[in-house]
Design a protein around this ligand. Structure first.
Ligand code: HEM
Length: 398
């Protein structure tokens, strides 16, 4: 997509794409500053009418799907506050020892053969295992969680055919997130956990969610719990996995950068920011204009959708010198992989950063080189910048 983003940013930074129903068209923003101003102005650019899909949602769909990501104002703050304490830098630092152990065992298994598939062997299980720990669910359920994520997020890719087959036509799935039957399975799974843990003082995220009274002294409704649980399962899974895979891919394309990090591991925290900028695993979210307004001189009408292309903002040459150049020492690096500045800024950003840092702090000293056996097999999606497979050959350090 990069050449399209570059052209739009230079020639039509606020660009209308006319589309047939159910999308009915949307504005594309590709300049960093325009994106930031929309993310900050939640009164004019609301999240309530959907953020993930470009599809026009009717009122019933909106009511059924609402998650933290798709609310504004007081309600958004109340929902976000519920889990805020679990994701602060200090709270996630508590997982560091666990993450180091998990990384070591993941890499031991992957490096048992010199040739292996990086996504499957290294990147795919890692974020979901962290989440399984936070939710306190057994390791045996991990593959279900991965599969659900794949089927919901990868719903434009022909490999995840159940969604394609059902989503377009089926009335049955109209009210489910991503119109996916996988969402219903996630709800059932989450509800079972909630029922087991309600009224008990467990320390996991599910227990904390069901035993708090966020909304005017009321417990979370089943719908709110479902949306919350689904968001936790989906938001941190594919995104972190694809960042780790892209990062490895970029390092193989830039051996000088890999060598620099091996020589100076203290640069890894900086590298993580550059990995996130380059990878931009979430291509976009969207907002809806609540009134007639304008962006950068372009009139926007009430009800029109505005798409914030984070991936395009992350390569805006006004902000980033040589934006296509990977530079693990880039400073400042105020990328928008997690959004930037608005109230919806990624809740899990400290956890994601920690996971990526620990992965590369462990991985880089163990290898003297890694090469691709073929170019990455990309996920077909306009939402997630994903890699499905990356076969590699590793040379272990002596
Ligand atoms: C929101 C990206 C990992 C949980 C977001 C947003 C982006 C994003 C772009 C929306 C920002 C906005 O609209 O302003 C990413 C990326 C990740 C990642 C690139 C990994 C590299 C995680 C993890 C979790 C998580 C690990 C938690 C387990 C959330 C939640 C929201 C969110 C709950 C909604 C926040 C709100 O609406 O207030 N993320 N995310 N994310 N993310 Fe992440």
């Amino acid at each position: 997509p990069w050449n399209v983003f570059d052209k739009l940013r230079a020639e039509a930074p606020v660009h209308w794409s006319e589309e047939p129903a159910p999308n009915h068209g949307f504005w594309s923003l590709t300049r960093y500053h325009d994106i930031v101003s929309v993310l900050r102005d939640t009164e004019t650019f609301s999240s309530e009418r959907g953020t993930v899909n470009l599809e026009e949602l009717d009122d019933e769909q909106i009511e059924a799907r609402k998650s933290m990501l798709e609310t504004d104002g007081v309600r958004h703050r109340a929902l976000r506050r519920l889990m805020q304490g679990e994701f602060t830098p200090r709270a996630v630092a508590g997982y560091e020892t666990f993450l180091r152990g998990l990384t070591a065992s993941t890499l031991d298994a992957a490096f048992a053969n010199p040739e292996f598939e990086f996504v499957d062997q290294v990147a795919a299980d890692f974020p979901i295992r962290v989440l399984a720990k936070m939710l306190d669910v057994p390791d045996t359920d991990i593959y279900k969680l991965i599969d659900w994520g794949n089927r919901m997020i990868g719903n434009d890719d022909p490999e995840h055919a159940d969604v394609l087959a059902s989503s377009a036509e089926s009335e049955e799935f109209r009210l489910l997130p991503f119109r996916s039957p996988a969402a219903r399975e996630v709800f059932e799974y989450g509800n079972d956990l909630a029922n087991q843990r309600r009224g008990k003082d467990g320390n996991d995220l599910v227990s904390r969610l069901v035993n708090q009274t966020p909304m005017d002294g009321q417990e979370l409704s089943e719908r709110d719990f479902n949306s919350y649980f689904l968001l936790l399962v989906v938001a941190g899974n594919e995104t972190t996995r694809h960042t780790i895979t892209h990062s490895m891919n970029y390092l193989m394309d830039n051996p000088d950068q890999m060598a620099l990090l091996q020589e100076k591991p203290e640069l890894i925290p900086w590298a993580v920011e550059e990995f996130l900028r380059m990878a931009s695993p979430v291509y976009h979210f969207r907002r809806t204009a609540t009134k007639d307004t304008e962006i950068n001189g372009q009139a926007i009408k009430e009800g029109q959708k505005v798409v914030t292309w984070f991936a395009a903002g992350n390569r805006d040459p006004e902000i980033f010198d040589n934006p296509y150049q990977m530079d693990v020492t880039r400073n400042p690096n105020e990328h928008m992989a997690f959004g930037r500045g608005g109230p919806h800024m990624c809740l899990g950003n400290s956890l994601a950063r920690l996971e990526i840092r620990i992965m590369f702090e462990n991985l880089l000293p163990r290898i003297s080189g890694m090469t691709k056996l073929s170019e990455p097999d990309r996920l077909r999606s306009n939402f997630v910048n994903g890699i499905k497979r990356l076969p590699v050959r590793v040379e272990l350090a002596k």
